[in-house]
Design a protein around this ligand. Sequence first.
Ligand SMILES: NC(=O)c1ccc[n+]([C@@H]2O[C@H](COP(=O)([O-])OP(=O)(O)OC[C@H]3O[C@@H](n4cnc5c(N)ncnc54)[C@H](O)[C@@H]3O)[C@@H](O)[C@H]2O)c1
Length: 428
Amino acid sequence: MPAHGSRAPSADRLPLCLVGCGGMGGRHLSAYAALAGVGHWHADLVAVYDIRADAANTMADAAEELLGRRPAVHTSLDGVLGDSRIAALDLVTDPASHHAVAVPALLAGRHVLSEKPLGLTMRACQAMVDAARRSGAVLATAENYRRGGANRMARTVVEAGLLGRPHLMVQLLVGGDDRVMITPWRHDKLHGSIALDMGVHLADLVEFYLGPVEIAYGLGLVAEPVRRTADDGRIQATGEDSLIGQLRTRSGVEVQLAYLPSGPGHRYVQRTIHGSAGSMTIPPDRTDGEVEVRRAGGVVTGAQLRSELTTSWALDDVTVALLGPDGTGGGAPFAEVDAGYLGVEIADFVAAVREGRAPEVDGARGARAVAVVLAILESGASGQPVRVDDVLSGAVHAYQEEIDDALGLSPSRETPRQPHSRQEVGTS
Ligand SMILES: NC(=O)c1ccc[n+]([C@@H]2O[C@H](COP(=O)([O-])OP(=O)(O)OC[C@H]3O[C@@H](n4cnc5c(N)ncnc54)[C@H](O)[C@@H]3O)[C@@H](O)[C@H]2O)c1
C-alpha cells in the first residue's frame, strides 16, 4: 500500500524521539549507546518525551552523557507531533497508553516502534495496526526475547527437522514471591497485568519456533492478591500474575504453558520441545546457555549441532557485533546482554524505516502475541477453549470489556459491536 503522509525511505540517520522515560526507557537508551559503540547506530535521538517533566529531563541528561548531545524535552504529545524534526517514535510508556500515543503519531506519518504488549486489548492493538495501514508508516513491536542466539538456533533446529515431527512444547516459569513485580501497574488489570506483560514474550516464542497458535484453553489468576512494595507497603492486585494454559498450534503441536511467578514453594524453569526424532532443551533467555538436542545416540550441542543443520544458520552483523558469534552475549553482565537484545530489535526498526521494508516483528505479529495470551484469559472467563482467530476478530471479548471501557475503546451503546476484519491483524 502506498504511503501517504509517512516519510519516504531514506539513507539519512533516522530522527527519533524516545517516548516514556521510566525503567525500560533507560534500557532503550543504553541500547542506543551499545549500537553506537559497535558502529550500528543509524538514528539520531533528537527528543525525549514523558508526561513527567522530571523523568524526561533526567533522561535527556543521561542521553547527553551517553550519546554526546542533549535531546529536546517534550512533556506533551502535541509538542512531539508539532516537532517537525521527529520522524519516528520509540514508544516505551506503560502499555495502557501505547495506542493513545501511537495512533495519532502514526496518522501524523511518524513511524513507531512500540514496546510489547502492543496494546492491552484487541481493540487497542487493532487501532494501532489500522492507523499504520492507513498512513503507510512502519509499526514495529519491540519483542526482544526472540533476538538471542539460542532462540534463533532453536527455531532453526525445528525448521531443519532435527526433532522429527514436533509433538509437544513445555514452557514452565514457576515460583516467586509476593513482592511487586517491577512496577505497581503490572498488578492492575486496567493498566496491564504481569500475566499479559510476560505472557506475550512466551506467546511470541511459541509462534517463533512452531508457527501460529490456533486454540487455547486455560486461565489467568491472581496467585498473590496482596503484593509488598519496596518500602514494605501493600497493594491489592487486580491484574492476573499467572497464566496456565494448553495451546494447540495450527501445525498440531500441543504446548503446555505455565507462568506462575508467586508463592514460597518450588522454583522451576523449563523450555523444551519434544518430537518423533528427539527433544530439545532451550536455555533461559539472556543467558549464555546452549541449545541441547537429545536423541537415541546422545546429546548434541554447540558446533556439532550447527554442523548438522541443513538450513543455514547465520546471525546478522548487528547481532554478532552486539552479542558475539553465537548471539548469547558470552556470559557478559546482564545490562550488556540486555542492551544487546534491545539493540538488535531497535536496529531492525531503524533499518526497516530507512530501507522501506517491513520489520521482523510488525504490528500484526505483536497483536498476535497479545491475542494468544488473551485467548487463555478469555478461556478462563468462559470455561471454554477459545480460538485465537475469534479473539483477533473481536468475536470473543468478554474478558476485555472492562479494560476497553476503562481505555475508552468500547463502542457506544447505540453502535453494535462490529467484529474486526480478521485479515487486518490475523494473517501476518
Ligand atoms: N521487553 C522487555 O524485556 C521489557 C522489560 C520491561 C518493560 N518492558 C515494556 O516497556 C514498557 C514500559 O515499561 P516500564 O517498566 O519502563 O514502565 P515505567 O512505569 O517504569 O515507565 C513508563 C513511563 O512512561 C511514562 N508515560 C506514561 N504514559 C505516558 C504518555 N501517555 N505519554 C508519555 N509518557 C508516558 C510514565 O510517566 C513513565 O515515566 C511497557 O510496555 C513494558 O511492558 C519491556
